[in-house]
Design a protein around this ligand. Structure first.
Ligand code: ADP
Ligand code: MG
Length: 806
């Protein structure tokens, strides 16, 4: 067998002899197809199969073609053979190719230029693109093709098969209108000597068509081949005239990327712009990830991936491009994950370098507290307390996440940690996402920790200024040991004497920035941090996206809990749901009725709550007491209602989603969610978590109004009816909505990926995590990678800004 070089040379020589002197030898040559196919049979294995395939296709029925077609084919073959690099694996940039800080900065400046500065993009177009979040050159570079069309080869008409999109070339034999019984079509018949093909238009202007397609002219047609009676045809094909060399060069002979259509910008216009922008600017995209990591995971630097996606090579396998998660996409995802994980790794290593407080964890207070609890801790709670103690005893700051489904009992665990810190002479701050929740934590702490002598305070935005001053004073002097509050806790004026532990409930409401800013209140001390979340994130993912936190999981419900029975009702039988509620109320239990928030208007919200409350009180439950809770109430009013509900002075509490997180009234055994179709899955799960908090059987009734059985919303509600498992629900949610929404700014204030999908690409996420943590271990301050460092901060800064909005 030939070597690769020899074989290429043999093939090239033949082509060379055929093409030289303006194809002088071509008319006399015979059996080209046979010769080429024979050569291909002898091809050594180093010749890539896709190249072989292309060459084979170009050789097939070659002899039967017209002279022009033959010439075109030979030129194509020549081109293919000349592509020298086809068999070399894409070379990775060496370490020396990682840009210097100066180059990186210069390139950033170029890439962050607004697109209106580009040739060919006027203000109108720029405006349209801006609507789709395409503002800078960089944005355009990352705007990727939706699919690809293989226009590398021209198919002889005789070889066409039905159902395939193909490019053909032929001479027009007939051209004119055809009348059918009901409609007329413009039809032309073309041939290339191997067969005949009809091109058909249903919408046309006679005159224009006649001008475009005179008999005798040669054209290219691109379209899907279909069968009409016994003949093959193309409807509304794209056509290119033989003379239009510019268009031929742009549209034929290669793989054409097809971009998503935006704002009615014609696909071709967008493609033209993007292709130009990519060609001109992709060189400024720097690879900042050290090469060894890319090599290890066998992925490509950004630039190469972008080139491969936007400017596909003729040697590319079309199946690869058509795979929406191919090597190139994965390379882009990896890059994105890498920067996330690098940030987390850096934070974690920084914290590990800090000197924290080494608490004595043998605490009398904590022991007393546990003895007084009216229940025994679950073994999961005990395990997590041990993990926390281990962290608290070390002189490195604790940074731990307690994850557990709603109702698993995270709060008592946090209280135990708090008491340990207090016994060591430190203060503790617990931050909750809503006033109601802060209030509730405060009260439950006071009731559990009665008579233990721990001075505690509640600090929320709704307090009278004088009371607020008092509390601040008490914190600054160290009188208050335990403060519970909302984000009012990190406002100015709040100072601690000796803050030793920060506890954050329901972290997804806050985001990293606030976490950091509360810690800063500790002035010089490095307090321990404990974060509690019920956002049920699949395990691997949690470990990965909260990479700077250690994770403890409470995966057990307190004994005696019965799964909540969930049922879906439709509008016409919503009364039935309320009849079931009545049964619970008659047993002396209580109920929540939840209405969706109408985001556009608080006034409308209020009205909805008030009207619904009235209906419930007057028409449905005249014999019970209905209470109302809504966003327009002051915090005192809200608290009064909540307390009345807790004391069972209210039987049915009608509310917007303010009770979503954390609220704990074990005697409430039923929750009705009106317009359930408007809520997200996780939110519904959170809401349902308000019941099932005792050993009594609890119920969740979902009432859906406008819903189709095919809709996503219906699927969501079905998932909820089937399972109580927060993790399963989270997974279903991610599959239904995609992770973007789950980690989107709204919910988490934390993770938002532009391209990557942490569920689909969990393997890449883990690899990125490994690589990032390794790099930080080697070079904890990224001193050797200044450009990487700068880019890291740039991206994290954007993220944090996003989290502030949430
Ligand atoms: P979450 O994890 O949703 O924040 P909470 O801490 O609010 O859950 O606890 C839910 C309810 O369960 C509370 O009423 C709490 O007192 C109670 N609880 C917590 N731990 C246990 C336990 N081990 N056994 C019985 N009840 C418990
Ligand atoms: Mg809670």
């Amino acid at each position: 067998m030939d070597t690769k070089e020899n074989w290429l040379k043999r093939f090239s020589n033949i082509i060379e002899s055929l093409t030289k002197k303006d194809f002088a030898l071509l008319p006399k040559s015979k059996d080209l197809e046979k010769t080429f196919l024979q050569l291909l049979k002898e091809a050594p294995p180093e010749i890539p199969t896709d190249l072989q395939t292309q060459l084979r296709l170009l050789s097939q029925s070659l002899d039967a073609l017209s002279m022009d077609e033959k010439k075109l084919r030979l030129l194509k073959i020549k081109d293919l053979l000349l592509q020298k690099n086809f068999n070399e694996p894409l070379k990775l940039d060496g370490p020396e190719d990682i840009p210097s800080l100066e180059t990186y900065r210069k390139n950033r400046k170029i890439l962050s230029q607004g697109i209106e500065t580009l040739k060919g993009i006027g203000p109108k177009l720029a405006q349209k693109l801006a609507k789709r979040d395409l503002h800078t050159i960089e944005d355009l570079l990352f705007f990727l093709p939706r699919t690809y069309e293989d226009r590398r080869k021209i198919t002889p008409i005789g070889n066409l098969v039905e159902g395939v999109k193909a490019v053909v070339f032929g001479e027009i034999l007939k051209s004119g209108i055809n009348y059918y019984s009901r409609r007329k079509t413009y039809e032309i018949l073309i041939t290339d000597g191997t067969g005949f093909l009809t091109l058909k238009w249903f919408h046309f202007q006679d005159k224009v068509m006649r001008g475009l397609f005179p008999v005798g002219k040669k054209i290219y047609a691109i379209g899907e081949v279909n069968r009409f009676l016994r003949n093959l045809e193309m409807s509304h094909p794209e056509t290119i005239s033989e003379e239009d060399t510019e268009k031929i060069a742009a549209e034929l002979g290669h793989i054409v990327p097809i971009y998503p259509t935006l704002e009615r910008i014609p696909e071709k216009t967008l493609r033209k712009i993007l292709q130009r922008v990519v060609k001109e600017y992709v060189e400024y995209v720097d690879n900042l990830i050290p090469t060894k990591f890319l090599q290890r995971v066998k992925l490509l630097p950004l630039k190469k991936a972008l080139i491969a996606l936007h400017l596909p090579q003729n040697s590319e396998k079309i199946e690869i491009l058509l795979d929406g998660n191919n090597l190139y996409h994965r390379s882009l995802s990896f890059e994105e994950f890498f920067f996330l994980e690098l940030g987390l790794a850096l934070k974690k290593s920084k914290i590990a370098l800090e000197k924290g407080i080494a608490f004595n964890v043998e605490s009398r207070l904590a022991k007393d507290f546990l003895e007084k609890l009216p229940f025994e801790l679950t073994s999961a709670q005990k395990k997590v307390i041990e993990e926390i103690k281990r962290d608290m005893a070390r002189d490195i700051p604790m940074n731990r996440l307690i994850q557990g489904d709603v109702g698993c009992g995270k709060t008592v665990v946090a209280f135990v940690a708090g008491l340990i810190a207090i016994e060591n002479g430190y203060q503790v701050a617990l931050m909750a996402p809503t006033e109601i929740l802060a209030e509730q934590h405060y009260r439950s702490f006071r009731s559990y920790a009665q008579l233990m002598g721990v001075e505690s305070a509640l600090l929320t935005g709704g307090l009278a200024p004088s009371r607020k001053r008092e509390i601040c004073n008490g914190l600054a002097t160290g009188f208050y040991k335990f403060v519970i509050g909302t984000h009012a806790l990190f406002q100015e004026g709040v100072e601690f004497k000796r803050l030793g532990l920060v506890i954050i409930d329901e972290q997804h409401r806050f985001g990293v920035l606030q976490r950091a800013s509360l810690r800063e209140k500790a002035k010089g001390l490095n307090p321990d941090t404990l974060v509690m979340t019920a956002t049920p994130i699949p395990r691997t993912l949690a470990l990965t996206v909260y990479g700077d936190l250690d994770v403890s999981i409470i995966d057990e419900m307190p004994k005696g809990r019965k799964p909540v029975i969930t049922k879906l009702f439709l509008e016409y039988n919503r009364r039935l749901a309320y009849e079931e509620v009545r049964k619970e109320l008659q047993k002396g239990h209580q109920a929540y009725v939840i209405l969706p928030l109408i985001e556009e208007s608080e006034a409308l919200d209020l009205k909805a709550v008030l009207t619904h409350g009235k209906e419930l009180q007057e028409d449905i439950f005249p014999e019970f007491k209905v209470g109302i809770l809504h966003g327009k109430m002051s915090s005192q009013e809200k608290d009064m209602v909540m307390q009345a509900f807790k004391r069972r002075e209210i039987d049915v509490l009608v509310s917007t989603t303010v009770v979503e997180v954390g609220v704990d009234v074990p005697n409430a055994t039923v929750i009705v969610i009106e317009h359930a179709e408007r809520f997200g899955l996780s939110q519904l799960h959170q809401l349902r978590g308000r019941v099932g908090r005792s050993d009594k059987q609890s119920y969740c009734f979902l009432i859906a109004y406008k819903i189709s059985f095919q809709s996503e919303a219906y699927k969501r509600l079905q998932v909820l009816c089937k399972t109580n498992d927060g993790f399963k629900i989270a997974e279903a949610d991610m599959h239904l909505r995609g992770p973007g929404d789950i980690f989107g700014t709204q919910q988490s204030g934390f993770i938002e990926f532009k391209r990557a999908d942490p569920v689909r690409d969990i393997d890449l996420l883990l690899l990125a995590k490994e690589a990032a943590f390794e790099l930080i271990k080697e070079d904890p301050t990224l001193e050797r990678y200044p450009a990487l460092r700068e880019e890291l901060f740039r991206r994290w800064e954007e993220r944090l800004k996003l989290s502030e909005i949430a």
